[in-house]
Design a protein around this ligand. Sequence first.
Ligand SMILES: [Zn+2]
Length: 431
Amino acid sequence: MMKNLLITNVTIVPMTAEESFIQNGYIFIESDVIKDVGHTPHPPHLKEQAKIIDGEGMVAIPGLINGHTHTPMSILRGYADDFPLMDWLKKMWAVEDRMTEEDIYWSSMLSMVEMIKSGTTTFCDMYYGMDRIAIGVEKSGMRALLSQGIIEGDSGGEELLTETVEFVRNWDKSANQRIHALLSPHAPYTCSPSLIEKMVEQAHILDCSIHTHLAETREEINIISERHGDTPIALMEKIGLFTRHVVAAHGVYLTDEEIDILKRRQVGLIHNPKSNMKLASGVAPIAQMLDKGVTIGIGTDGAASNNTLDMFEEMRFASLMQKVSLEDPMALPAYETLKMGTSRGAAALNIVDQVGTIEAGKKADITLIDFRKAHLSPVNDVVSHLIYSAKASDVAYTIVDGSVLMNNGKLTTIDEEEVTWHIEKIKNNLL
Ligand SMILES: [Zn+2]
């Protein structure tokens, strides 16, 4: 069956180099891979080989990459706002204890609906009940890095670790390589150093990355200092966490030495500006870390602390937050920010060989934004508009692995009404 796509008459922001725009171009996709990118006119024979998407008035960017989230938490959107992190976490955990696998499935599908509609093609998820989420990812067609988050309770984490190792064995590189499975100690304040050491050992055996929360709040810094006489990142360095590739969410409170560790160890740091603002966690030193060469992506965190999964908003907040906190309007400019949502985000998740740019050889993960809108007019600067003006609702097409998951505003893999029907029922039972 022919699954080729030809996107014509489109403005392309490939994210390969700052100046390399194509004003009026085409993208040819063969099966799941980008085969050719160029200026109009396209070679005439391509037309016979592909389904055509007319990109007139639209801008193509690499699919957005949500570097850190907890998809089932969408069921808790607006459930407990305006609390400090540790109190908020207790409220979340009380409900999460009662969630069934079905609840987790439909809540994560709700997140996938929102992400596809807002142009996100890849997400990095940490939760429990991951088998059900992986089934959802298979169905939705999205690309995902999935990890079973381990919070070490009184029972110890050994049993959970056995389960999560099983998860990685079952799911890593499945769904045409769209699914990557990771190991995930939730945070240094919810897992003991000895458990984290065991997880690192397993990650070496499984050859997988590790996803965790690090240095999120001042309170975390105090807890780790009291328990271990160290800062979170120095402690993780000592116990060998960074001997694997690590995706670390937050990084709000960091010393210069810790930033050096993140750089030296090539940690993928994920910035979650809206969550950090809403939970009043603090301002991550993003501009300073970028200067030092740390690899940084952007994530929404869960919808209970955001309260959307909209990467356009997230990128905008990232840029504005650096500017106001540093009193420097030149801090985190538009192109740098878009990189964090695309190519650099892919590098942070260690999947840059697959996605993150629009160029021949990469997997075909592409988002088309309709610029024929008053709030995007006049088009003085495409990248500026993408960061400072565009909305999730401007996304017209979301393509992952060469499959069109949203076709001119219509979802093709998920029945949105079915999802919202289940969500209403779950909400009534659970909350
Ligand atoms: Zn998180």
